[in-house]
Design a protein around this ligand. Structure first.
Ligand SMILES: NC(=O)c1ccc[n+]([C@@H]2O[C@H](COP(=O)([O-])OP(=O)(O)OC[C@H]3O[C@@H](n4cnc5c(N)ncnc54)[C@H](OP(=O)(O)O)[C@@H]3O)[C@@H](O)[C@H]2O)c1
Length: 332
């Protein structure tokens, strides 16, 4: 179907020179995948499940372990604890001092593993240098590993067995499914291979029958690979790293990155002309940008904005995992 004159004019604005227009499968404004709305729907479902469990005398419980005084960690944990309260999940905030030792943390985790009122154990990262983070995460009982970081859960996920999956990757699948974006048979390209995002999201996409390519810092001709993506997941940790040239028009862009920028030149590179952002930047002296250059969003069929895309799903899925852990532990 030919585009209307308005769509065509819009295309010329989005794809100057018209070259991109010829490549575009459809010339429509991209759909913004509203992570906040999807997270709200998931939290409502979780609250309903919590109410149903209350009828059986079960109240799911989350232990949140926050070490030291890292401001960002405090903010994340505060909002996790607050969300527990909103959904009827009990929470226990434990705050060991910055000087805590690995042995003391092992003792704490062992005590939480043994507590029947605790279904999920969340250890907010990063931990101070003196604590052996990997060994500690391995000490969390896999049945209470609501972050999905334990090797047993990673193995179960890979083997396609019931597992507590990492929250951000599980949230990405929810965004795609609930937005009606087909996954089966699509080429999903994941940039980033971390244990907490890249690898598990690739595995979850594979289980949904996508054809998956994983890219990393040693990938040659990255743009050639990313341009093949029907679904492009960027989990890199570098502001605006995926440029418009690396994206095929119409692709679904999932931007996992959370990068704070303070340099006015860098800000202008991404957001010049965006009055709302300019006002925020002028007021706060910083803003958040994803791993995908916002100019690339314009080419997308659909994309997750930053903020407000993938981010809100992480807490929602943590809540969902806590309820799931409560049920699994009781054989429900
Ligand atoms: N929205 C959320 O709730 C949420 C949750 C978690 C993380 N995040 C954000 O997501 C981003 C990624 O997090 P992460 O924990 O996965 O980061 P990470 O552990 O630092 O991993 C980054 C990955 O990006 C790859 N990479 C780095 N430079 C590259 C390049 N030039 N070309 C191709 N690949 C490159 C790395 O490759 P190598 O393996 O070869 O080094 C690595 O696999 C960060 O911005 C983080 O803040 C957001």
């Amino acid at each position: 179907m030919l585009p209307t004159p308005t769509e065509e004019a819009d295309c010329v604005r989005r794809f100057p020179g018209g070259t991109r227009y010829d490549e575009a499968l459809e010339c429509k404004m991209p759909t913004i995948l509203d992570g906040a709305a999807i997270a709200a729907a998931i939290k409502q479902e979780v609250a309903e499940e919590v109410r149903a469990l209350a009828g059986q005398g079960i109240r799911p419980g989350l232990a949140a372990v926050l070490v030291g005084n890292v401001a960002a960690s405090q903010m994340y944990v505060r909002s996790k604890v607050q969300t527990c309260a909103e959904l009827g999940i009990s929470s226990d905030l434990i705050t060991p001092p910055e000087t805590v030792t690995t042995e003391e943390m092992f003792d704490l985790v062992a005590a939480l593993n043994a507590r029947d009122d605790i279904d999920g154990i969340l250890i907010q990262l990063p931990l101070p240098k003196q604590v052996d983070t990997k060994a500690l995460l391995d000490a969390v009982s896999p049945s209470k590993d609501v972050d999905g970081f334990h090797p047993v859960n990673a193995g179960r996920l890979q083997a396609g067995r019931p597992a507590l999956a990492p929250c951000t990757p599980a949230g990405i699948i929810e965004i795609l499914k609930r937005s009606g974006i087909p996954i089966a048979g699509q080429h999903a390209v994941v940039v980033g291979r971390s244990d907490i995002v890249g690898k598990p999201v690739a595995m979850l996409l594979l289980h949904q029958n996508a054809t998956v390519t994983i890219c990393h810092s040693k990938t040659r001709n990255l743009g050639e690979v990313t341009r093949q993506a029907d679904i492009l997941v960027a989990a890199i940790g570098r502001a605006g790293f995926i440029t418009p040239e690396m994206v095929t028009p119409g692709a679904t862009l999932i931007d996992v990155g959370i990068n704070r920028i303070t340099d006015p030149t860098e800000f202008a590179r991404f957001f010049a002309g965006d009055a709302k952002r300019e006002a925020t930047f002028a007021k706060r002296g910083s803003t958040i940008v994803g791993d995908i250059d916002p100019k690339a969003y314009e080419l997308a069929g659909a994309y997750t904005p930053v903020p407000g895309g993938v981010g809100p799903l992480t807490i929602a899925m943590l809540m969902a995992n806590t309820v799931r852990a409560a049920k699994m532990r009781r054989g429900l």
